[in-house]
Design a protein around this ligand. Structure first.
Ligand code: PXP
Length: 242
């Protein structure tokens, strides 16, 4: 039997709604507690440079409120490295970040930025933080992750999620091939971005994947059914696919 696939729930958009009114409701900490209660395996939060959703103090409160591992998504900047070293999350996922983007639109160019990333990855690993690189499912990016000694890669599933027709199978195959290549080289493959109830199962069926990180769709569904139901249903679909 294939090992259980972990579900990390990205709660950024609870903070997006909170920040729309400048108060403290809805609180991403309450979302983290619900995720913990219904069997989520981790909390993912992206501390963006412009603090448009999650804020520094949210990290402290999330870490205090649940025992779930915190996966901090962040850009490879000195400011973010200092924050990660201060908060010591279980994991850091290094993502590319552009101020003008609405979400993380593409993968990190680990291949093109080796010299900049190498000291950052090493510092975080030395601090005992599990480092992941959010990369496109491409062989050159896996090669770069191997050279950077990253223990984890998160494969960007956005192209798959947005594909239609024959492109869906093509994109899925790329993810599957790169998950296998990563695992073959001792790197734990994860995946995420744009996953929904309708498209999660073919990804969840990829045996080498150890974790999926899902945010926007779950928080959107939570408006209609509540967060607990949304997370439970995603969990059930993932388990059924294995
Ligand atoms: N993984 C990473 C590294 C991300 O940056 C994001 C989006 O913030 C996700 C997973 C979740 O993507 P989505 O919100 O589309 O489910």
């Amino acid at each position: 039997m294939t090992a259980r696939l972990r579900l990390g729930v990205n709660i950024d958009h609870v903070a997006t709604v909170r920040n729309a009114r400048g108060g403290d409701h809805p609180d991403p900490v309450r979302a983290a507690q619900i995720v913990a209660d219904v069997g989520g395996d981790g909390i993912t939060a992206h501390l963006r440079e412009d603090r448009r959703h999650i804020r520094d103090e949210d990290l402290v409160r999330i870490q205090a409120a649940t025992d779930l591992p915190l996966n901090l998504e962040m850009a490879a900047t000195d400011e973010m490295v200092a924050i990660a070293l201060r908060h010591r999350p279980h994991a850091v996922c290094i993502v590319p970040e552009r101020r003008e983007e609405r979400t993380t639109e593409g993968g990190l160019d680990a291949a093109g930025q080796h010299n900049r990333l190498a000291p950052i990855v090493a510092r975080l690993i030395d601090a005992g933080i599990r480092v992941s690189l959010f990369i496109a499912p491409e062989p050159r990016q896996i090669d770069a992750a191997i050279r950077l000694r990253a223990p984890v890669v998160e494969l960007h599933t956005g192209e798959y999620a947005h594909a239609s027709g024959d492109a869906v199978a093509f994109e899925l195959q790329r993810i599957s091939n790169m998950a296998a290549l990563a695992a073959h080289n001792g790197i734990e493959p994860h995946a995420g971005h744009g996953l929904t109830f309708d498209n999660v199962q073919p990804v969840a069926a990829i045996a080498q994947l150890a974790e999926l990180n899902i945010g926007h769709y779950l928080i959107g569904e939570a408006i209609f059914t509540g967060l607990a139901d949304a997370v439970r249903r995603m969990r059930d679909l993932m388990d059924a696919a294995r």
